[in-house]
Design a protein around this ligand. Structure first.
Ligand SMILES: C[S@@+](CC[C@H](N)C(=O)[O-])C[C@H]1O[C@@H](n2cnc3c(N)ncnc32)[C@H](O)[C@@H]1O
Length: 262
């Protein structure tokens, strides 16, 4: 039995998530990120999430092999995990069967932007490790913020430093030096590679992450770990969406296939 599981793990390699399967078998015990990934991250985050998620609908964006989907399902949630990569989805579907969670977790091949095509809202949106891989990160964040009923867990690659420059209400056209302050919200564009990966497009600073989350209508309620932000929808902040509503509407109409329609 354990040999069969080991053979399946080898057949489905390479893995990014180290999953703990029945019989004590693990999919990637020697993780290149060090330690038991992402279990060590989950241990930081888990206390911030309600222990009982019965009745909660969860969206796991960029679910990979499903580590977080499975943990959230174990707390009673009904989970939709989406990912663009069929390789990882095959791992997730296989592991789901091994863990006996098929009734609670569904995996779909989907681009995050394709969520614009249906109107489902989610109690908890899990958006970890994906934002910086996106060419259009704010479009995705705006879309996910709009779909969040209770909580959104956000993680992204960041620049070093935690400073926040407070006076960001306006800046004169003649004197743009405030933009160079270390805590001005910013995001570095990566034209070529970061850590050898050409799909790492952006690295925001801490102030930039906070500002983007607020600007999408989300209030940060906790920082459970490095680069991790727990948020909830905030009606007052959501009022800012009117500033970009026509851009958002035009972009998502294209995704819905309604281009040219009014
Ligand atoms: C760095 S991994 C993060 C996996 C997991 N969320 C975590 O935090 O451990 C990024 C995942 O996002 C997926 N992904 C990248 N771009 C995506 C997109 N546009 N839509 C959906 N998933 C995407 C990748 O295939 C990969 O599985």
């Amino acid at each position: 039995m354990t040999d069969d599981i080991q053979r399946s793990i080898a057949r489905l390699a390479p893995w990014f998530h180290n999953l703990h399967l029945p019989g004590g078998v693990q999919t990637l015990p020697q993780h290149f990120l060090g330690g038991d990934f992402p279990a060590f991250k989950w241990r930081e985050i888990a206390p911030c999430i309600p222990e009982d998620l019965a009745g909660w609908r969860v969206l796991d964006v960029g679910c990979n092999a499903g580590f977080y989907s499975f943990e959230l399902a174990r707390r009673g949630a009904s989970v939709l995990g989406i990912d663009v990569d069929e390789h990882y989805l095959a791992q997730a579907r296989w592991a789901c069967g091994q863990l006996g969670l098929e009734k609670q977790v569904e995996f779909r091949r989907m681009e995050v932007y394709e969520l614009a095509r249906n109107d489902e809202r989610f109690d908890l949106v899990w958006f970890m490790g994906v934002f910086y891989h996106l060419r259009y990160p704010l479009l995705a964040l705006d879309l996910l913020a709009e779909r969040t009923r209770r909580l959104l867990m956000f993680q992204t690659l960041t620049m070093p430093g935690d400073s926040v420059f407070e006076d960001t209400q306006d800046c004169s056209i003649e004197d743009r030096r405030p933009l160079l302050e270390s805590g001005w919200p910013r995001m570095a564009f990566i034209e070529h590679r970061l850590a050898g990966d050409p799909t790492n497009w952006w690295a925001a600073n801490h102030a930039g992450v906070e500002a983007m989350l607020r600007s999408s209508g989300l209030r940060i309620t906790a920082r459970p770990g490095h680069e991790i932000y727990l948020c909830e929808p905030d009606a007052e902040l959501a009022g800012r969406r009117s500033m970009y509503a026509s851009q958002f509407e035009a972009a998502t109409r294209v995704i819905r296939g309604g281009v040219g329609s009014s």
